[in-house]
Design a binder for this molecule. Sequence first.
Ligand code: HEM
Ligand SMILES: *[C@@H]1O[C@H](CO)[C@@H](O)[C@H](O)[C@H]1NC(C)=O
Length: 362
Amino acid sequence: MPFKTLLAIAALATVAVAVPATTDATCSKGRTAKNAACCKWFDVLDDIQVNLFDGGECGEETHESLRLTFHDAIGFSLSALVEGKFGGGGADGSIMAFSEIETNFHANNGVDEIVEAQRPFAIKHGVSFGDFIQFAGAVGVSNCVGGPRLQFLAGRSNNSQVAPDLTVPEPSDSPNKIFLRMLDAGFTPNEVVALLASHSVAAQDHVDESIPGTPFDSTPGTFDTQFFAETMLKGTLFPGDGPNDGEVLSPLHGEFRLQSDAAIARHPLTSCEWQSFVTDHDTMIKKFTAAMAKLSTLGHIPALLTDCSEVIPTPKPPKVKKATLPAGKTNKDIEGACGATPFPTLATDPGPATSVAPVPPS
Ligand code: HEM
Ligand SMILES: *[C@@H]1O[C@H](CO)[C@@H](O)[C@H](O)[C@H]1NC(C)=O
């Protein structure tokens, strides 16, 4: 066919496909998706909001699901790949597929609970374990007031390989050890700080087993910046039977402080980034969202996945209060660590010093 004819056909074809408006696929309950492959995720959403997240709460299952996104994905090592060894497949669902191995790793203590709570939903809806874990984390955190609307890409293979041990950081690890491990997975120290915004909606069960549900800040149901402020307070007490391995003094009754959080908050590489989030919820959310987009696609080529982010609910309006100091504390109790840059002056909550309540088990 002569080249001119081809050109003419191409021109016609362009006109022909340009005419019909691109129509979104119609999904259940009249919802639409740009890609029909995303429709099934609306059904997964409906199911897990009611039956996993207790009607859309930012409670224990949400916290555990967010933690699980990390513990599955971080089984990924660039240096192992360079050495020609298998360093884990990243966000591939291996923590669920090989739970009998991975949940026995010391750093994964307690994740078996959420793995087994999630598994039947993934199987029922016929979605891969890798996709499901990242989807549940994104939906869960959208239930938290002030939370991010995370990206969700679908299409991870259901074939995974068991991750090697020691890819998940421990709270007793030094910041340098954590930074090196995270760099090996592709994250800068400042990106680690951004990821630790997750500890704003978090509690411990297994560092001190005598006080399950003890949160890392005073507002574990809200994705606010309190965590970044409260970790800078001088530690004064152990909330349970501490000190335990990976635990340091906490500033409040009923609040738990991980050694790693305290040390990263005061480390020369990260202390200023840490402090900057105290009064900047927007930037904290923006950087957390960006780092989670990386985390959730470790081991994958994002361009080969399908963007189903539109299925993720828009979080409740980010009407989070500005960071304050808990009742009884003043700026004098802050251990500023960002060189000459002073810690921002925060108002103190009124009333007598209070105790932080545990996150109720569900
Ligand atoms: C970088 C080093 C990190 C260390 C050393 C660390 C350590 C821990 C520890 C020890 C716990 C308590 C577990 C228990 O006793 O039940 C915990 C909880 C949690 N972590 Fe991390 N973490 C890190 C990073 C992350 C990241 C990157 C995320 C998510 C993006 C994350 C999300 C969470 C959440 C949501 C919880 C609360 C779980 C619950 O309340 O049930 N963590 N973390
Ligand atoms: C994924 O693999 C698990 C076994 O590891 C299996 O139970 C599940 O049905 C598989 N899901 C899909 C969608 O193939």
